[in-house]
Design a protein around this ligand. Structure first.
Ligand SMILES: Cc1cc2nc3c(=O)[nH]c(=O)nc-3n(C[C@H](O)[C@H](O)[C@H](O)COP(=O)(O)OP(=O)(O)OC[C@H]3O[C@@H](n4cnc5c(N)ncnc54)[C@H](O)[C@@H]3O)c2cc1C
Length: 386
């Protein structure tokens, strides 16, 4: 393997593919090994038996504030503007998320709704939004009542299911990032570039990987090929002479010697429904439902013709166990877990010829634009040694 290849990459997700293309364009021979039966990592999508484009690992839309990253993706596919809208179903009613003035109208009688909006204007002035945490701490009775309503009917229930804890155990500070809007504005992100591929994410990857210097082996687990022993990297039993980019999990590469890095996993139950529209938005949170958190209607992300049928994915958060079939989705970022990760990372960072990158090896949640930015930096770092 080392004789015919300048760079070995583990994982054909966004990180591995960006680095592969960058190196291939520099004339380097790249071999990617991927244990799944497909390319594109968690961004993989495919056409199902009813002709609908479905995303296997949950709903993805590309959004960024960075024009250079947007220009990067334009090289390998056509994209169209797509602004994701989300809703929550509370007491049987659909209301926009992030919650906005429509939410107040949905759950309050006309006069009280007007009084609450007026109070918000008095207290928050021109502010466009705040966090639920700040509203929960409000000394104003009306605002506090609204915050308690949202917390009890949505945030606490959703967060408890998402992380597998009881609503009482929720540390409200984790909710700081979720805004409550002081207007009728809808839309999940504010970024100037919000797009979906015209064909599919998988097609975008096919274009990116279409280079004579790139070879891909699917259904190939790196653990059968690379090993780290006593701080030395081996490829098929021989000491590594070429760089290896590893985008898998660090604990797995070192046989979990410092423990299993904790994640939250997900299960997506796909269902074909005999209706043109199953729900009022592409992604709807169901905080009060038993077991599941969200439903994604793929015929709305991107918009696809329905003909009396649609397809939905019901999302169940699950415990993660690398020995069972569960996938690692969201790293559980506590101090203790970060300390465990640092032990792995320190050991692997000292291994000659080994490079680490991507959401798994970095034990972080990255949006696609963050993944891309880091992958470009990593490409430059790896290629500077050729
Ligand atoms: C539910 C969900 C929704 C998301 N939605 C969005 C969104 O709307 N917008 C957005 O910007 N971002 C979103 N993201 C984030 C996005 O998925 C990531 O930024 C991106 O996929 C990370 O790419 P990666 O290459 O680092 O990892 P991955 O895509 O996970 O690629 C790593 C690859 O390595 C392979 N691999 C691992 N170990 C081995 C091994 N031992 N041998 C061989 N192969 C191996 C894996 O099979 C995988 O294919 C979402 C994430 C989740 C979980």
């Amino acid at each position: 393997m080392q004789k015919n290849c300048d760079l070995l990459i583990v994982g054909c997700g966004f990180t591995g593919s960006v680095v592969a293309r960058y190196s291939a364009d520099m004339g380097k021979k790249v071999h990617i090994i991927e244990r799944r039966c497909h390319i594109a990592g968690n961004m993989y999508d495919y056409v199902d038996e009813n002709g609908f484009l479905v995303q296997k690992y949950g709903p993805h839309t590309f959004h960024t504030t960075n024009k250079e990253l947007y220009d990067y993706i334009l090289q390998y596919g056509e994209w169209e503007e797509y602004k994701l809208t989300c809703m929550a179903q509370i007491d049987g009613k659909f209301t926009p998320t992030p919650f906005n003035f429509q939410t107040i109208d949905d759950f309050y009688e006309k006069e009280k709704a007007a009084a609450l909006k007026e109070r918000i204007a008095q207290i928050y002035g021109d502010a466009e939004k705040t966090t639920i945490v700040e509203m929960l701490e409000s000394e104003d009775a009306l605002i506090k009542e609204y915050a308690d309503f949202l917390f009890e009917k949505d945030y606490s229930l959703y967060t408890a299911k998402q992380w597998g804890i009881s609503p009482k155990e929720i540390d409200v500070s984790v909710l700081k990032r979720v805004p409550v809007l002081f207007s009728y504005k809808t839309g999940y992100f504010d970024d100037p570039y919000q797009v979906m591929p015209k064909i599919s994410f998988t097609h975008f990857f096919e274009n990116m990987l279409d280079n004579e210097n790139i070879k891909i082996s699917l259904n190939t687990d790196a653990r059968d090929i690379i090993k780290v022993k006593d701080g030395i990297l081996y490829i098929n039993g021989e000491k590594a002479q070429i760089p290896v980019l590893y985008t898998g999990a660090c604990d797995e590469l070192l046989d979990y010697k410092h423990g299993i890095l904790p994640y939250r996993s997900l299960r997506f139950d796909l269902k074909c429904e005999n209706t043109d529209s199953f729900q009022d938005a592409p992604v709807v949170a169901y905080p009060q439902a038993q077991g599941y958190t969200r439903i994604t209607e793929y015929t709305k992300i991107p918009y696809q013709k329905t003909n009396g049928k649609t397809v939905v994915a019901v999302e169940y958060p699950l415990a993660y166990d690398p020995y069972k079939k569960a996938e690692p989705y969201y790293p559980i970022l506590t101090e203790k877990n970060n300390a465990m990760y640092q032990k792995y990372r320190k050991e692997l960072d000292n291994v000659e010829n080994l490079y680490l990158g991507g959401r798994l090896a970095d034990f972080k949640y990255y949006n696609m634009d963050q993944t891309l930015e880091k992958a470009i930096e990593l490409s430059q770092k790896i290629c500077s040694r050729f």
